[in-house]
Design a protein around this ligand. Structure first.
Ligand SMILES: [Zn+2]
Length: 360
């Protein structure tokens, strides 16, 4: 309850769990003794009755190291119960190889474990690629193959790693724009495009754990080769590489920052390229909505930028591609509320889910 509803009052927690005053006192006492929660005076609610307290994470309670690796930087947050970050370390990738980035992240996690001691119980990692069951990372857009993520914390009690877009989808359904949706489709444009279907709060991960690679559906230009090896991938029609191709620029080394600059520009050529990418995004979303029947679609990463810059182009292509019966009341396309923090928030959430089962 404290994790799902940070700052919940003791009175509300008791009501939501359905326990009486005596049982609540005993429960709060035991969880406090176990150094899982503490109490602090709650802001007056304005209603009658005795003042209550807010239940907060214990100052010596367990923590998670939540990590994200993007195409441009890595970051480690120390996250407490409820999802708040106590510390953040980050650095640009620069020219590092995958193994060098893993070593840099591992050194940062090791320093944080020295600083916070045994409180850091596990790690969750979001990566821009696919992760095998034995924690090997392939990130085709970074040209990384077989990068051993386990080296970040070799003997971690809890070690969860997953695709950034999949984890962002999970976070969006737990704490973002898709809370309460029965079937949510989350799409994230970075270098390429990924995402996930969340069915009743559960992310569909697929038989190999590699579902959600929507950016590699052939909705794009069939003459364009994707870094994955296929031709015509949708991701190559909506990301920074698409904008660079449309504008006759070299492929950018910083594809996300580059794309943000182009999408933010109001000059005619960048605006036209942005409109073309937005149209390709809207068309593909229509295809996925026809096939998956979600009740809403959330857009993260550069998808949020495209939605803000060219909403009419996305909407027009989306509606044109929808089956007729869906057009009257199409599932809304919403910006992600967690934004660039989505993958990291999802990594923290997955690690906390694993940790919570060991605490109770
Ligand atoms: Zn591809």
């Amino acid at each position: 309850m404290i994790h799902a509803r940070p700052g919940v009052t003791r009175a509300d927690a008791a009501r939501l769990i359905g326990v009486g005053t005596g049982a609540t006192t005993e429960l709060v006492g035991r969880l406090g003794h176990a150094e899982l929660l503490a109490e602090t005076p709650a802001a007056p609610s304005g209603s009658r009755g005795r003042p209550t307290t807010a239940l907060i994470p214990h100052p010596r309670g367990p923590l998670i190291a939540a990590t994200s690796i993007t195409h441009e930087q890595w970051r480690v947050d120390v996250v407490e119960l409820g999802g708040a970050a106590l510390a953040t370390v980050r650095e640009d990738l620069g020219d590092r190889t995958g193994d060098e980035v893993v070593a840099a992240v591992g050194a940062a996690v090791s320093r944080l474990r020295t600083e916070y001691g045994d409180r850091i119980r596990g790690i969750g990692i979001a990566v821009p690629g696919t992760v095998s069951r034995d924690l090997m990372l392939d990130a085709s857009n970074l040209n990384w193959r077989n990068v051993d993520l386990a080296a970040i914390w070799p003997k971690a009690g809890i070690f969860v790693a997953g695709n950034d877009a999949t984890l962002a989808a999970s976070a969006e359904s737990h704490r973002g724009a898709a809370v309460g949706a029965s079937v949510a489709l989350h799409l994230r444009v970075e270098a390429g495009l990924g995402g996930a279907v969340v069915d009743g709060g559960r992310v569909l991960v697929g038989a190999l754990g590699a579902a959600g690679e929507f950016g590699h559906m052939p909705f794009g230009d069939p003459t364009v080769e994707c870094p994955c090896g296929a031709y015509g991938c949708w991701g190559t029609a909506v990301d920074g590489s698409a904008l660079a191709r449309l504008l006759g620029h070299h492929q950018p080394r910083d594809p996300i920052s580059y794309a943000r600059r182009i999408i933010a520009s109001t000059d005619p050529a960048p605006a036209a390229a942005t409109a073309t990418a937005a149209t390709a995004l809207g068309r593909g979303i229509a295809g996925l909505v026809n096939g998956l029947d979600p009740d809403l679609v959330t857009l993260g990463g550069l998808g949020t930028d495209l939605l803000a810059a060219a909403p009419a182009h996305i909407d027009q292509a989306y509606r044109a591609g929808l089956m007729g019966f869906r057009r009257e009341n199409p599932p809304p396309i919403l910006p992600s509320t967690l934004g660039d923090d989505g993958p990291l928030a999802g990594a923290a959430e997955e690690a906390w889910t694993a940790l919570l089962t060991t605490l109770v």
